[in-house]
Design a protein around this ligand. Structure first.
Ligand SMILES: [Zn+2]
Length: 573
């Protein structure tokens, strides 16, 4: 990388104010500090400072992927629709995929991920078990037609990703390839300096069984995740489970009784009227699953996790009942209970329902509830499932410790796909015994532009960015405070050469600006070490140094200034 640059030449105009639409720190600061500029919603130009930072992330990833035995390729961005139709993702991705037509009216898409390209590619070349394993990766721009692009780089429509795909003979070997990738991912995020957690995740549109998200911890993150305070479990909230409560031993069962609850359809209102706490009430939430009615039972103090319901009912698409559905099925919205529901309604109960009895629930009549509703005697359950949203304080599924809730942004995602793509795409190899087998695949994504945003989100203060050294566009800035004093300029130029000779990526702020403007810009852009060459110091033979991340300051003799800056860099985060 080029080490030398002068601020007077750098294509960067910092801004005192962020645009009004920028509502998170990373977005505000990356624009103010001249890292990115918006072209249109969710699409950004990378300016020289931002590009250097992005290239640094890229270099770390490339080194670790190569080191882990993956081979770099470059796949097209513009893709034919057909393989996407075969895997069903042309439809399931829906409007999130940029779709277009060529002049011959052929359907094309802009790639959001590349399973449909890489799977046939490998199947055409590496056809024998002797060829396996193989792991191909690329670093390429990807596209998603987000309904509402926001948070700058965090929900953009164009973004840079590293995606890798492993191909193995069997599940065990796929698991081994996966383990190698997860270890490489940890090294990548460690080297980037991010505060992150590896969490168990919901497979979503990609499919497959085992998968993990690498979540950069940030209060503005779009995702919530839970983690055990004992450190043995963490999961995306969509996929998180808690240890279910023990079933209660049989006890007295109250008779079923109907009570009037005029105008009270919410848990809270009924709870207040009857003087029963919400955890003694049984909620009955109705869903439509491909035309079939599904009733989900859960205690009144808990919420249903719709993602879990969707997984239970997969592949049927699931949606919550709307008012028309209640009318069509002649069910009383707000007063539905499981007792007496017709046999064609599938009743799914959360595991926590086993821990209660004598429930208060809807009477299936407007303005009425029942008390004393008991399993088996008064209502049936067709299926027991974990469909509850985990909440802060729930017991850990592994150790029973306390689960905590936090927010983060996904910067990496790894999946064991198995044969999710190789089977429909008929991607087969010839195994040792001569039989044709589908490849066992893994896929592994990292959002490079997201890493930049996540780091900007994690490392900033009122003054601007405080990059970890590995990501800073330049490691040191030299700030001459008086450009009209030849001694100051000469000292600065000499330090600039000396730092470059020590292999420090250094930039010289040789602009005819006030010292105040230069200090503010140095803080805003976030160079890890600032070397200030002032009038007084030049006369007495000293320079001032500041570590951006910690605010630590020190003075050094001018002739030791470059070495002192390098020592500070060696010690800084
Ligand atoms: Zn635990």
């Amino acid at each position: 990388m080029l080490h030398l640059m002068r601020m007077s030449k750098l294509f960067a105009r910092t801004l005192r104010e962020a645009p009004a639409e920028a509502d998170v720190a990373s977005h505000q600061l990356l624009i103010r500090a001249a890292y990115i500029r918006k072209l249109m919603a969710g699409v950004y130009t990378w300016l020289p400072l931002g590009w250097r930072t992005l290239r640094k992330v890229e270099r770390i990833i490339r080194e670790e992927m190569d080191g882990a035995g993956a081979q770099e390729v470059r796949m097209p961005i513009v893709l034919p629709a057909e393989p996407w139709k075969v895997t069903g993702r042309w439809q399931t991705y829906g409007d999130l995929m940029f779709k277009l037509k060529d002049r011959h009216d052929r359907e094309l898409g802009l790639g959001p991920t590349q399973e449909e390209v890489v799977t046939p590619l490998v199947a055409a070349e590496f056809t024998s078990y002797r060829d396996l394993p193989v792991n191909l990766y690329q670093i390429e721009w990807k596209y998603r037609d987000e309904f509402r692009p926001r948070f700058g780089l965090l929900r953009a429509r164009e973004f840079l990703m590293k995606d890798a795909y492993s191909f193995d003979r069997d599940e065990e070997r796929m698991g081994a390839s996966y383990t190698v990738m997860v270890a490489a991912y940890r090294r990548i995020f460690d080297r980037c300096g991010l505060d992150y957690r590896v969490v168990e995740a919901d497979p979503g549109e990609i499919g497959g069984d085992v998968n993990h998200e690498f979540m950069a911890v940030a209060p503005v993150g779009e995702d919530q995740f839970v983690y055990c305070e004992n450190g043995d479990y963490s999961a995306n909230l969509e996929a998180a489970t808690a240890r279910p409560p023990e079933p209660v031993p049989d006890g007295d069962r109250d008779p079923l009784a109907v009570v009037d609850t005029p105008g009270r359809s919410s848990i809270q209102a009924v709870s207040e009227l009857l003087g029963r706490p919400p955890d003694q009430m049984l909620k009955c939430i109705l869903y439509d699953a491909a035309g079939r009615t599904v009733a989900v039972l859960i205690p009144g103090d808990r919420e249903v996790n719709d993602d879990k319901v969707a997984r239970v009912m997969w592949p049927a698409p699931v949606r919550l009942f709307a008012d028309e559905d209640f009318e069509a099925r002649r069910l009383s919205k707000g007063f539905v209970g499981p007792q007496g529901l017709s046999d064609d309604i599938r009743i799914i109960a959360d595991l926590s329902v086993r821990a209660g009895r004598n429930w208060v629930t809807g009477a299936n009549e407007v303005d009425r509830h029942v008390t004393g509703a008991n399993l088996d005697r008064d209502f049936r359950v067709d299926r027991w499932e974990d469909v509850a949203q985990v909440r802060e304080g729930d017991p850990c599924p592994r150790c029973g410790g306390t689960l905590r809730l936090a927010r983060g942004m996904v910067v990496g995602h790894t999946y064991q796909l198995g044969t999710r793509y190789s089977k429909p795409l008929k991607a087969m190899f010839v195994d040792k015994d001569g039989t044709e087998q589908p490849y066992q695949m893994g896929c592994y994504g990292i959002g490079l532009t997201r890493i930049v945003a996540a780091a900007a989100e994690q490392f900033n203060d009122g003054g601007g960015l405080k990059w970890p050294q590995a990501l800073a566009p330049y490691q040191a800035v030299i700030i001459p405070t008086n450009m009209d004093l030849p001694a100051v300029v000469e000292t600065s130029e000499r330090l600039y050469e000396e730092l470059a000779a020590l292999s420090v990526e250094v930039i010289l702020d040789d602009r005819e600006e006030s010292a105040g403007v230069k200090f503010a810009d140095a803080d805003l852009v976030g160079f890890p070490v600032q070397v200030v060459v002032g009038k007084r110091g030049t006369l007495s033979g000293t320079v001032d140094l500041k570590v951006r991340a910690t605010g630590e300051r020190q003075q050094a003799p001018t002739d030791r200034g470059a070495q002192a800056a390098r020592d500070l860099l060696a010690a800084a985060p």
